[in-house]
Design a protein around this ligand. Structure first.
Ligand code: FAD
Length: 305
């Protein structure tokens, strides 16, 4: 029986595990992807003390740091299918008859990309449709691509593509791009990029691979088509809360409702990072949440043993 089981191998889970180890808690960390979304974060310029780095390097450094605490933290690279509460303990179910028990949980499973849900999207996923510019931009050398979604992730995708692709369309459903001004300056001054606002994507067209994207011009109602070799979908993310549905309170977007100390409505169940109803999906915020959740667990166990 572990004192605490942490689900998630991103900055929230890793930070929580480091703090739990320093509190000498018997800790289990279960996560699928070591480093989490940091791996896909491209250039990172907002992690204090490091002026600029890339996501892969920062993720590797976080994992290396955690591994120094292996005496206290057992790490299992796996997917958790379900978490339930039996009497006063939590049970983590990995399938194939494998389970673990813990007195407390820190759930830090992040989010996954939201889909457009239009015809052609699933058919051409990995055949031109991508959800990760950092991973797939190099595949579009000298090609024409569309980025759908004008928030920070979309504009960062455009920036990643500007040195690779021949032409980039940035489509946004609203009238104004909601991205940070510092990112927008980068794309509006670039001649390769054409911004189309008030555009609702309706179809991805292809023949074995992507060939075009169809959108509705919301001002006129006209459906227009642009020839593209690739479509990057950057329209937000869905919290990975499937394993805890019914166990803990979620908001209308499916995110875990947690207070600033990571406490939820379920005693002994704490949450951290992008999987919560946080406003700010950022590495530093996720790490801060992980710290607070681990200290909350330490406090909870001290009061309940
Ligand atoms: C393209 C892009 C660029 C970004 N750029 C920046 C940036 O420049 N600066 C910045 O601060 N932030 C940036 N972010 C945001 C940042 O990556 C996230 O806010 C941060 O990684 C969230 O950390 P987390 O630990 O909450 O979740 P994640 O990093 O998403 O980690 C979640 C972990 O949980 C695991 N997991 C999920 N479900 C399960 C399950 N059922 N069982 C077991 N494990 C599971 C995952 O495999 C992963 O290990 C960017 C994000 C993206 C997508």
């Amino acid at each position: 029986m572990y004192d605490v089981a942490i689900v998630g191998y991103g900055p929230a889970g890793i930070t929580a595990a480091i703090y739990a180890a320093r509190r000498r808690l018997k800790t289990l960390l279960v996560g699928e992807l070591p480093g989490g979304e940091v791996l896909n974060s491209g250039v990172i310029e907002n992690w204090p003390g490091v002026e600029t780095t890339d996501g892969i390097t920062l993720a590797q450094e976080m994992v290396k740091h955690l591994q120094q605490h292996r005496q206290q933290v057992e790490i299992v690279q796996s997917k958790v299918l379900k978490i339930s509460k039996e009497s006063e303990q939590f049970v983590l179910d990995y399938g194939v008859n494998k389970t673990s028990q813990a007195k407390a949980i820190i759930y830090a499973a992040g989010r996954h990309p939201r889909k457009l849900s239009v015809p052609g999207e699933n058919e051409y996923t990995n055949l031109g449709v991508s959800y990760c510019a950092t991973c797939d931009a190099p595949l579009f050398n000298d090609k024409t691509v569309a980025v759908v979604g004008g928030g920070n992730t979309g504009t960062e995708a455009v920036i990643a593509l500007q040195s690779i692709a021949k032409k980039i369309y940035l489509l946004h459903i609203g009238k104004q791009l909601p991205a940070d001004p510092v990112l927008l300056e980068n794309i509006t001054s670039n001649k390769k990029t054409e911004v189309i606002v008030g555009a609702k994507t309706v179809r991805v067209i292809g023949d074995k691979v992507v060939q075009a994207l169809e959108y509705e011009d919301l001002a006129s109602g006209a459906v227009k088509s642009i020839p593209v070799d690739g479509v990057f979908v950057t329209i937000g993310a869905i919290p990975n809360t499937e394993p805890v549905k019914g166990l803990v309170k979620l908001d209308k977007w499916g995110a875990i409702v947690a207070d600033r100390y990571g406490r939820t409505n379920q005693a002994g169940f704490f949450a951290a990072g992008d999987v919560t109803d946080t406003r700010d999906a950022q590495i530093i915020v996720a790490a801060g949440h992980g710290c607070s959740a681990a200290l909350s667990v330490s406090d909870y166990l001290a009061r309940n043993q």
